[in-house]
Each structure stands twice: as structure tokens, then as C-alpha cells.
Design a protein around this ligand. Sequence first.
Ligand code: UD2
Ligand code: MN
Length: 529
Amino acid sequence: MRRKEKRLLQAVALVLAALVLLPNVGLWALYRERQPDGTPGGSGAAVVPAAGLGSHNQQKKIFFVGDGQKLKDWHDKEAIRRDAQRVGNGEQGRPYPMTDAERVDQAYRENGFNIYVSDKISLNRSVPDIRHPNCNGKRYLETLPNTSIIIPFHNEGWSSLLRTVHSVLNRSPPELIAEIVLVDDFSDREHLKKPLEDYMALFPSVRILRTKKREGLIRTRMLGASAATGDVITFLDSHCEANVNWLPPLLDRIAQNRKTIVCPMIDVIDHDDFRYETQAGDAMRGAFDWEMYYKRIPIPPELQKADPSDPFESPVMAGGLFAVDRKWFWELGGYDPGLEIWGGEQYEISFKVWMCGGRMEDIPCSRVGHIYRKYVPYKVPAGVSLARIHNVGTGLCADTKHGALGSPLRLESCVRGRGEAAWNNMQVFTFTWREDIRPGDPQHTKKFCFDAISHTSPVTLYDCHSMKGNQLWKYRQDKTLYHPVSDSCMDCSESDHRIFMNTCNPSSLTQQWLFEHTNSTVLEKFNRD
Ligand code: UD2
Ligand code: MN
């Protein structure tokens, strides 16, 4: 090779190396431009102001990300100012001052939260902006996908449902809402029929769909999703309140990566006085326990973001509130349509996302309040049953009010009414798919089970082991509660209210038990071998 050519080649190589490696020149600088604060994942922060590199000129409204997409401040300053001025019951998310008349059991019966209080609070009430202060400075893509908001409901209260819709309309940029789809899961309350249709006729973006039979929340959501037209679908429960600027941070993450499913932080609307508060600890991510109940556990320090307002990954979602690219939702197969009534769907969708090359994130700058109920008000028709257990001979009910773990089950007078009274007295029981019997409604059973160790022993509550044995029960046609391991039946004594095992004698009335809200299909299923 001639010397001149060699020199030329060397020079070219040098220039190339400089371009790639030297800071503030070439590719390295380009990379830094996309990640200026070293905060991967925080698209809101990963921004370079258009007005000159590095100058954080707050006046300029338009910003650019690396590939020339514009960013903007999506806060609706006018709405924020209007909300700040609101005064009245529950405004600014403050607790409603409850009177004794409002504290009664009746107020909770239909919804599991205090509907009297809800009715006293404006449908347009303001909520406190409890986002991390950094959220105020975040910019999101100027062009965001729009979304259909899907809200399934079954016998929801009037004011709680309407407040959900109002909060979405009040605190979302209108151009991002393709539609709000209310999906009625076969409710029977009058206010959810014509009155709801008349009311929603005032809001052109709101549609109402109805299932033809009780489907449960999973298939109800699917019906809404299949009718949706937005680029993204956003699911909410029917008793939520959207907080300041909740939507852009969600849509922005999906616009950056359409296989990201995003969840807002779920705040707590108190089921008694409707105060609006954060859940304990924000640096938490989704998990579940051995009973498959969702829980939040702390994020290990080494995985926490430098900026706590940045999106972070979460293995599983809580279930009710999330946004997903509509086509990606269907590429994932939606939900398994065999899932009944309530529960499990949050894991199904979470696992599928991760297994199919997507990801799931919680977005601290997006917050939505949710009323966590005191107890579940609706009937769960299939599989398991929610019931009091009446004794035919004594007219009394099995009761676990005094039932510390390990103590015997007792008889008490049956409390009247569903809901809170039955719940407080622990006279609600569930047959589970493990064929054991547990206190609590099907969605919130306690983890102790009816347990008997011999054909003469008392019936006690013992840690559920899910291994049948001493905790396996059969409810027979002759109304006896049969315990196969000891080949004996549950019996009781009127004089001292004890519940114990005894040699089966189906003609003895104290051995006959009646389960409320239980139909023969459920029992057949429960008793199937
Ligand atoms: C949580 C979720 C909920 C769901 C559930 C597990 C949050 C805040 N909530 O329970 O969305 O993922 O876990 O499945 O993450 N509904 C129907 N038909 C029914 C029963 C309920 O349409 O048969 C509606 C109901 O009106 C509500 C939604 O489904 O809008 C969720 O039901 P929930 O509020 O009783 O569930 P929740 O919040 O206890
Ligand atoms: Mn809910």
C-alpha cells in the first residue's frame, strides 16, 4: 500500500473514532440527548428544550425529543385554578363530616361504601393534587394517541358512577378522549336504566352498552373493549375519581412503546367519609400472596428510580385501572372469557404481557382515586356461594364473632340483612373450590377453615391448609354437613351453643343446616368428587 493512501485511511479512521466516542460530538452526544439526566424510562424528563442545548428555558412551551417529536405541558391550568377555588362537602378531597344518621348500616348495604355521603358530595368535586412535585415539570408528546375509557358496572350507586364520569371529563384533555363506554353488567337497579340514559344523553362522548345476562366484570370489560374505537383502551372501575393530568402520562408511555401496559397510582377514597388519600408508601410494586390475593410490596432500594416520579416496572397489576394499546390488547387475546365474575384476570393479563414481549409500568404522575369497599355488596352466582348457615333445629346461625383462631365455632342468633351486619358478626361463609368452608365473602375470605379432628370433637376454625382431610366437607341432600374423614356430621346444642361432630343422624333437626343464597347447582359442584 502506498504511504499516502495509508495516511488517508488512518485520518478517516481517526475522524470516525472521534465521532463515535468523543463527548459532545457524534453518537455519544446523540445518546445523551435522549437520556440527558440519566433517567431511563422517564420520558417526561428525557427532554431537550428546543431553545438551545442545556438551557432549561421554561417560557418555551414546545420541546423536542431526540427524533424531532414535539413535547408539551399538558396541564390544564384553567381547570386546576377552578378546582382550587371550590369549597363545600368533600371538596379538595377532605373528609365529609358524617352525622350519626349517615353512619348507619343501611348506607353501606347496596354498595359496600357509604352512598349517603357520596350523594352529599358534588359530582364535580375537586381532589388534592398529591402527585410528586416533579410531575408539574413533566412534558409529554404533543401528539398522543386517543383513548376509549371503559367502565364496567354492576348495580353501581348513582353518584359514585356519575362522579367517575365527571372526574374523567373534568380532568382529561377532550381531544384525548375518543369516548367513554359505560358497560352495564345486567344491573337491576332502576336508576341505572332510563335515568342513566337520559342523563348521559347530555354528554355526546358517553355511550352505554349492556350485557344480556350477568357476565361478571371480565366479560363485561371485554364487551366494552370490543366496541371501543380509540387507539388505546383505558379501564376504570365504576367508583373512581381521576386526579390532575392523569391521562397524558399514561398515553405517553404507550406512544413510546405500544407494548407497555400502564397503570396509574391508585389512591384511596375512604368508604366512610370519602376523604381522598394516597395508599401507604408509593415505592411499592404489585405482587400476590399464596391465596392469589393482590398485594403491594416495597421496591428494593437498588431498583428504585433516582427520580421517584418516573415510571417503574411492576410484575402484576391491581387489576381495575390501566391503559393498553387497543390492538396490543387483542394481540394478547384480551382476557380469558372463561373467567367468572371477579378476580384472577389481573394476573392473566399481567403474565401474558411479560411473556409476549411487553412490559408493565406504574406511573407515579398519573393518579386515580378508587373506593375500596367495606364488603362486597353483590351476589356472586357461580361456583362459590356467600351464605349464612342456619341450623334447622335451633333456628340459630353458625357464627365466628368470638372465633379466635383455634377456638370452637358457635351458634348465635342470625343477624338480619345482608351486608355489614352479617359481615361484622362473621356470619358470612364461603364454600371454596378446595371444598373447605371459610368465613367471609368469596372475594375476601379469611384464611381459616372449618376443621374437625374426630367424630366427637368440636368444630373449630383452623389455618386453612387446602389439603382436604380434616377440612373437607360435603353438604348433602338431607341437609347434613358431612365430614368424610371422620364419617360424621356437624351437630349442635341449643343449651350451650356448641357446634360439634356427631354420628350422622339425618332425622335429627340439629344436624340439618340451611345455606342461604345457595342453589342446587352450586352444591352439586361443591359435592362433586
Ligand atoms: C379489584 C380491582 C377490580 C378487579 C378485581 C379483580 C382495582 C381498583 N379494582 O377489585 O377492577 O380487577 O380486583 O377482579 O384494581 N363489576 C361488574 N360485574 C360484576 C362485578 C363487578 O361489572 O359481576 C364491575 C364493578 O362495578 C366495578 C368493577 O367491575 O366497576 C370491579 O369490581 P369491584 O369494584 O367490585 O372490584 P374491586 O375494586 O374490589
Ligand atoms: Mn372497585
